[in-house]
Unconditional design. Sequence first.
Length: 724
Amino acid sequence: MTDYLTRLNPEQREAVETLDGPLLVLAGAGTGKTRVLTTRFAHILLSGRAYPSQVLAVTFTNRAAREMRERVAAMIGRPAEGLWLGTFHALCARMLRRHAELVGLTSSFNILDADDQLRLLKQVMEAEGLDTKRWAPPALMAVIQRWKDRGLPPARVTPADESDFVNGRARALYAAYQDRLRTLNTADFGDLLLHVTEILRGHADVLAQYHRSFRYILVDEYQDTNLVQYLWLRLLAQSHRNICCVGDDDQSIYSWRGAEVENILRFEKDFPGARIVRLERNYRSTAPILAAASGLIAHNEGRLGKTLRPGRADATGEKVSVIGLWDSDEEARAVGDRIEQLRRGGDRLAEMAVLVRTGYQTRAFEERLITLGLPYRVIGGLRFYERQEIRDAIAYMRVLHQPADDLAFERIINVPRRGVGEQALRLLHGTARDREIPLAAAAAQLIDQGGLRGKPREAVGDLLRGFIRWRDLLAREGHVITLATLLDESGYMRMWQQDKSAEAPGRLDNLKELVRALAEFDTLAGFLDHVSLVMENEENAEGDRVSLMTLHAAKGLEFDTVFLPGWEEGLFPSQRTMDESGAKGLEEERRLAYVGLTRARRRAIISHAANRRIYANWQSSIPSRFIAELPDAQVERTGSAAMQRDRVPAAPSVFPMIARRPRTVEVWEQPARKARADAIAVGARVFHQKFGYGTVTAAEDDKLDIAFDQAGDKRVLDRFVEKA
């Protein structure tokens, strides 16, 4: 027994040996949280405090549960049989099968997946006479799942909780949906926790049974619990109070999926006399990285407080780099070149990661890595051009460019929904085959000849007339304006704007990024050729590859080198998050920055750009306030025109924009751009196809500030204008 305890530091050992009463272990990033949790579990068993079946251990992922099971078995020297170890949903499903009849189910109930849930809810809405095109089922499902995350069955939803959705009928539809689930002897994932919590609340004998069964409760990632998970744990811990919650309030970054950081912040109030153990010795990162992360997160008010310090003997290292670059294109080139430089120096690509705030940011880095021939993988998501909304938009472009592209036409003919069912598609395919013409031409002939009737005739006719209009626009205005117009007029953007799922805002951002990508090419055909070549880039999850992912997907991972691009106001911290959640949202964004920094073992490189492309134009950006909050002693600030002072000012709004060519930064080896042969001077009159005539007021590299006669002041690339 003493052997496994001697491998712990004093704080870890205290967390393992404190067995009586409530305990909160505040485990900072890289402080050995998993070791403490598994060692505590094994210590309870080896010291004879409980049998395996008397310990309830809760994790957030099946992988974490499997890892804990294996480690505990290795420590006690035998398989641990009869464990109550698993995720919240797995454990509650096990409990619900025992007591299903108390909520109107049988023990053989089925668990519906997301698609089946939506299909069932749509049936319920249609039975109530609702138009599911006006009131999207995913939006109502999001409302229902929020209620379930808060532990509210229909009977507990008060008028104050009622949603404005469906003109205030959401609660009634929720009740009808639950009735239908019971009739079918099914439950959705939200029901697993909700039903069990209601059983424990309403049946004292069942609650007493579990109080007798479980002598100890262990909870991992407590900062990520939602309200119903919190209620379930509190009910089970009421009797013996031997509950140990391990978590880090500074890494609570999932409020968008229901997590409540307040659960961990109020632990001492919920369990009077609770002991708090802080794990602050970090065995992952260097001292400068830890000091920078601690200095940043100290600006949050809603936290219990701890300061990471190095636990390794070799914790010295280089300072955190903050690099200012002229624009987002230069940022992508700089990151790619730095990765290549590190690989030439002997670093493995698998030990490098680019962590972005939102998914659309990966595109520029993907394309740069492909250009350099550096293999990569996108973790927690698809590569940019493989995402559903991007494939849909590219299919529209393919039909625009080549009307005979049947595969692309078939993909978009009913996206968004136009009432074109299997029967109409069979008719189209049969006509195209018999007459040896493309699908689009077959559709046009069937409409003219009356072969296509009803709603499909009207909808497909509108689509075909749209393509005629968009091809004319393409010839007059160019491909960027045309794609933006097409996505709007086709109803595709509106489809995602009306979608209330958590993924919808990201999909809209990806579509905007696609329009930005299109602006980098002279023709639509050139862009489509480029996409085909990018898609051919082999994707293999194995081997030595750079990792690209969002900051949310990076939690729990670590790398030698971490790149953190796009630290600019509005992008990070996210303007959308701050608009929706105010000061609370800003604090979560800061926790996200803290998570990003603490993924790095040896070096963390933050970058921001003074300009980002918005469609075909450029928009000025200012550095994130988080950069100003980093402690000067741990940060090395270098860069271009965006960083002409020794440090970033505390107030981002007064950041000076200096319009001159960025100086070269040695570590980044920035390549110079080729100058335009017929340079356009300040004061020259120019013409732009969209904005008309204007006068150049400033010129920098290949960017021009122009005062247009009708459109006002714009920043554009010089290749999009001609001398008037």
